[in-house]
Design a protein around this ligand. Structure first.
Ligand SMILES: [Zn+2]
Length: 101
């Protein structure tokens, strides 16, 4: 039989992985100069984190949802995922239908 982690174990492993990766990133950020941070922001602002193309922003129930114009990835700002997770299922379906072709 294949071992399948419980919900609690999944959460624990995900949290451990996030904390480990976050520490590595924070170390990198400390070594970056302010001018490099500014340059990176100018280069990447409102661009897809995966493919680099421009994001299309729509406002839905006070949440600014950014969708990639190329790869269809959806990006949210800090705190927006928490807001969207509290939406009713019908509101979520309507949000997804906005992007349907
Ligand atoms: Zn993309």
């Amino acid at each position: 039989m294949v071992w399948k982690p419980s919900e609690k174990e999944e959460e624990y492993f995900a949290r451990m992985e996030f904390e480990r990766k976050k520490k590595l990133e924070e170390e990198k950020h400390r070594k970056l100069k302010e001018e490099d941070k500014k340059r990176l922001k100018e280069l990447h602002y409102m661009r897809c984190a995966k493919c680099g193309m421009e994001l299309i922003e729509i406002d839905y129930k006070g949440v600014k949802v950014d969708k990639c114009s190329e790869c269809e990835g959806i990006w949210l700002d800090a705190g927006e995922f928490e807001v969207i997770s509290k939406f009713e299922k019908t509101s979520l379906d309507k949000l997804f239908s906005v992007f349907k072709k």
